[in-house]
Each structure stands twice: as C-alpha cells, then as structure tokens.
Design a protein around this ligand. Structure first.
Ligand code: ADP
Length: 160
C-alpha cells in the first residue's frame, strides 16, 4: 500500500490545495492531508477550525485521511508508514524554498521522497494568504475555496 502525506498550514484550504490532493489520489493508495501545528505562523483559523474545514471539503474522497502533526515532517511520515511527501509547485517563486525543504528532508530521512505536483494553471496565483486578505476586505472569494470554507470565511470576517 503506497501512502503519501500532504502537509501544510491550510489556513484555509483552497481549491488549489484540492487540485493537488486530487492529483495525489491518482498516484497513491492513501493520502493523508495533515495540518502542521506551526507556532511560528499566526493563523486566522485555529487548528480545529482548519481540520473541520478540510474534513468537510474532502469528505467525498475515499482514499483521503485528515490529520495534524507537530515535529519533523519526516518523523511524522515514518510514523504513518508513508513513502512520499506531496507538495504543490505553483511557480518559480515556490521553487527555492521547496527545494531547500525537500533536500533537507532527504538528508534527515532518505527513505521518504518529496513529490511535487503542478496544479491546473488557473490556480497558480492562488494561495491562502491572498484568500484571507480578500475576505478581510469583503472581496468575493467564492471561486477560490470550497463552499464550506466560503461560508466560514464570511462568518469569520463579518464581525471584523
Ligand atoms: P505551507 O505553509 O506548508 O506552505 P500551505 O497550506 O500554504 O502550507 O501549502 C501547502 C502546500 O500546498 C504547499 O506545497 C503549497 O505549495 C501547496 N499549495 C498552496 N496553494 C496552492 C495552489 N494554489 N496550487 C497548488 N499548490 C498549492
């Protein structure tokens, strides 16, 4: 059984993340989408809120599991018996950071391979922080996120 993990902040999950997830499902028997509990970032949504949004957004995918983790991603991968870490590559701007992470992770554990997938080009400009920014300023993010995330963003920003 080929297992992959798809780690990220997912603050919140977007259609770009789902595009990558759907591609990963075609390559692996199981994909664990997992929220990194990263104290360095100051997220808009709590970990539980992010997990809830992901759970609802991925409910239709049979081969997907939702989880969260702390610590090194390679240690988490080992615990989950995963052989691959899935990451999305949108543009050259992603490349430098992603390459650094992938090579460092390989250094830490040579048995876990980082696999980069490219989203549909319509998602190449999309990221969670732009979505948050537009939502805070009452712009329309309907086309960028799953319906449940759209509703949650409206709720979250209506009081601000
Ligand atoms: P991180 O803080 O780990 O970068 P993100 O939630 O921002 O977490 O992203 C998780 C992964 O999803 C990363 O590999 C990122 O490149 C990828 N990703 C984010 N947005 C998109 C998108 N629009 N299209 C493709 N991949 C994306």
């Amino acid at each position: 059984m080929k297992i992959a993990i798809y780690p990220g902040t997912f603050d919140p999950i977007t259609n770009g993340h789902l595009d990558i997830l759907e591609r990963a499902i075609k390559l692996f028997d199981k994909v664990i989408i997992t929220v990194a509990r990263n104290s360095a970032k100051n997220p808009m949504f709590t970990e539980e809120e992010r997990l809830d949004m992901i759970r609802t957004a991925v409910r239709r995918y049979k081969k997907v599991e939702v989880d969260s983790f702390t610590g090194l991603v390679v240690d988490y991968a080992r615990r989950k018996k995963a052989t691959a870490i899935v990451r999305g590559l949108r543009a050259i701007s992603d490349f430098e950071y992603e390459m650094q992470m992938a090579l460092m992770n390989r250094n830490l554990n040579d048995e876990v391979e980082t696999v980069f997938l490219m989203p549909n080009e319509k998602y190449t400009y999309l990221n969670s922080s732009i979505v948050r920014e537009i939502a805070i300023h009452k712009g329309n993010v309907k086309n960028f996120v799953p319906p449940n995330v759209y509703r949650k963003l409206k709720q979250k920003t209506s009081s601000q």
